[in-house]
Design a binder for this molecule. Structure first.
Ligand code: SGN
Ligand code: CA
Length: 505
């Protein structure tokens, strides 16, 4: 009798625990930056559905990535570890993500969760430890994209990538095992280069003019790595591939994949753009400004489709009553330059690409409209989700759960005051020299190495656009010594042996 009672009590307890486990939906976009999200105060466009997550939950103001590039950032999301520990330092092709290692989905599976990844994946090895996945090969395509399924079959699907990723995600949600909580990552392709909008989103921005960032015409003085990169709108951005001028739609490839209707819509739209180019093409300054406007319009239009599709997913959660017990997170693999320093792309430890958007809702647990100013790093994402799922965070994960912070239960005086960064990929595709660095709430110290051997120091309070490297000012000396010491402490703490050597040199 007693044994039966204990058994029943155990069953009841485990059912209760399970009932409390939240569902988790992570919407993980590609290169979508804070400067273009209205929740962050952007005036460039409205993102009402993304903003909804922040309004119903928390908006994070200071979320940074460890290595501002795609595949490494995904590896951090899965492992809660820096690139030098999880093994994926760059996008490849010579480095691979080790699929055998510990990952968040594998841990959640062991604790009743049903797990899935749908959309862009971009780790060179296939997903492991998910109950379901359906992914784009490599970067994927915007139109009629191929998807790889779990049986390793690759097939082309008719439609626009952002719609399809949401369709597959909703389909999986509808057919999931409702007895288990779910963990679903939706990997968006938007807003990645070459920014091919859904034709229905083309008119929205066609006649809008966007203000040039204050440092658009940067001369990179005292910043050698910034001067030597290859990611400017003026020189690197391509008239054909990126800006869709003079496209031959009969050729195979990303344009050839479009349907006749889609091609017709593009031709008519981009012919008008071409006509505006013809008028200014002999004035080099006007050409750069024209490229900037075209870039902004296409990038923002891909974000518009994504925002609409996020609305579809949020509506599904609301209409099924799932919202009540579902954590929804919107974030991106890193930030991006929208013309700041004259650039597109990411990689640098400067603010626009070091930051990533992050918002999170969980009704009843996270107060609607809350704001988080603490310094969060993407190594914290996995530990936080495990914490919310009631699972012990493995001691080898390098991040920390910010659950108490977002639930406003603890002001946590011991929370990090500085973050550590390390970027590796060189030279392809944008010639950004490898570097590592530290960011505190006010200062940033960067050490470029390899192709460029230089230190840079910024006072973010006086110079938020990072135009003035103050490393050689005599008054910076003691600050530099102090920051370098802290940088070394962080490299030691995160066990970055390569970083330790570079800092000591
Ligand atoms: C492609 C892009 C680059 C971009 C990388 C990495 N070129 O190579 O501009 O930096 O991806 O992006 S493209 O002409 O092929 O679009 S990441 O988001 O996957 O890291
Ligand atoms: Ca990316």
């Amino acid at each position: 009798m007693r044994i039966v009672f204990i058994f029943l009590a155990f069953i009841t307890l485990s059912v209760c625990l399970r009932a409390q486990q939240p569902n988790i939906l992570v919407i993980f976009s590609d290169d979508h930056t804070q400067q273009t999200i209205s929740a962050y105060g952007s005036k460039l466009m409205q993102t009402p559905n993304i903003d909804r997550i922040a309004k119903e939950g928390a908006l994070f103001h200071n979320v940074f990535v460890t290595n501002s590039i795609c595949a490494p950032s995904r590896a951090v999301l899965l492992t809660g570890k820096y690139s030098h520990v999880n093994g994926l330092k760059d996008n490849g092709p010579h480095r691979y993500f080790d699929p055998a290692q510990q990952q968040i989905q594998k841990i959640l599976s062991q604790h009743t969760y049903q797990t899935a990844w749908i959309g862009k994946w971009h780790l060179q090895t296939l997903p492991t430890g998910f109950d379901f996945w359906k992914i784009l090969p490599d970067q994927g395509n915007y139109f009629q994209p191929d998807f790889i399924s779990m049986n390793n079959d690759t097939s082309r699907v008719k439609g626009y990538v952002t719609d399809l990723i949401s369709d597959f995600s909703l389909e999986w949600l509808k057919n999931r095992d409702t007895k288990k909580p779910f963990f679903l990552v939706v990997g968006e392709k938007a807003t990645h280069r070459n920014w091919m909008p859904d034709p229905s989103d083309l008119p929205e921005f066609e006649n809008q003019e966007f203000p040039l960032p204050a440092n658009f015409f940067d001369n990179y003085s005292e910043r050698q790595a910034a001067a030597e990169q290859d990611m400017t709108i003026s020189n690197t951005m391509l008239m054909y591939d990126d800006l869709k001028m003079g496209v031959d739609y009969t050729k195979r490839g990303m344009f050839g994949r479009m349907s006749d209707d889609q091609k017709a819509a593009y031709k008519s739209y981009y012919n008008r753009a071409q006509a505006s180019f013809e008028k200014i093409k002999h004035d080099s300054i006007e050409v750069v400004k024209w490229k900037y406007q075209r870039y902004m319009r296409d990038y923002l239009a891909t974000a518009r489709s994504m925002d609409r599709n996020i609305g579809r997913m949020l509506n599904y959660l609301d209409s099924t009553g799932l919202s009540k017990n579902t954590i929804v997170i919107y974030t991106s693999d890193q930030g991006f330059y929208m013309g700041e320093h004259g650039w597109f792309d990411k990689r640098f430890m400067y603010e626009e690409s070091l930051r990533t958007p992050y918002m999170m809702k969980y009704p009843g647990k996270i107060k609607a409209g809350s704001e988080v100013d603490q310094m969060v790093v993407n190594i914290d994402f996995a530990p936080t989700l495990l914490d919310f799922a009631g699972v012990t965070v493995p001691s080898d994960m390098q991040g920390k759960s910010f659950r108490k912070i977002v639930e406003q239960k603890n002001s946590d005086q011991s929370w990090r005051k500085a973050m550590y960064y390390h970027y590796y990929e060189y030279p392809e595709p944008h010639k950004v020299a490898p570097h590592l660095g530290i960011r505190t709430d006010r200062y940033k110290l960067i050490r470029f190495y390899g192709a460029v051997n230089k230190w840079e120091l910024y006072d973010l309070q006086n110079d938020p656009h990072e135009m003035k490297n103050i490393i050689n000012q005599p008054s910076s000396k003691s600050l530099m010594i102090d920051l370098k010491k802290q940088l070394m402490q962080l490299a030691l703490y995160y066990k970055d042996d390569e970083g330790i050597k570079i800092i000591s040199n």
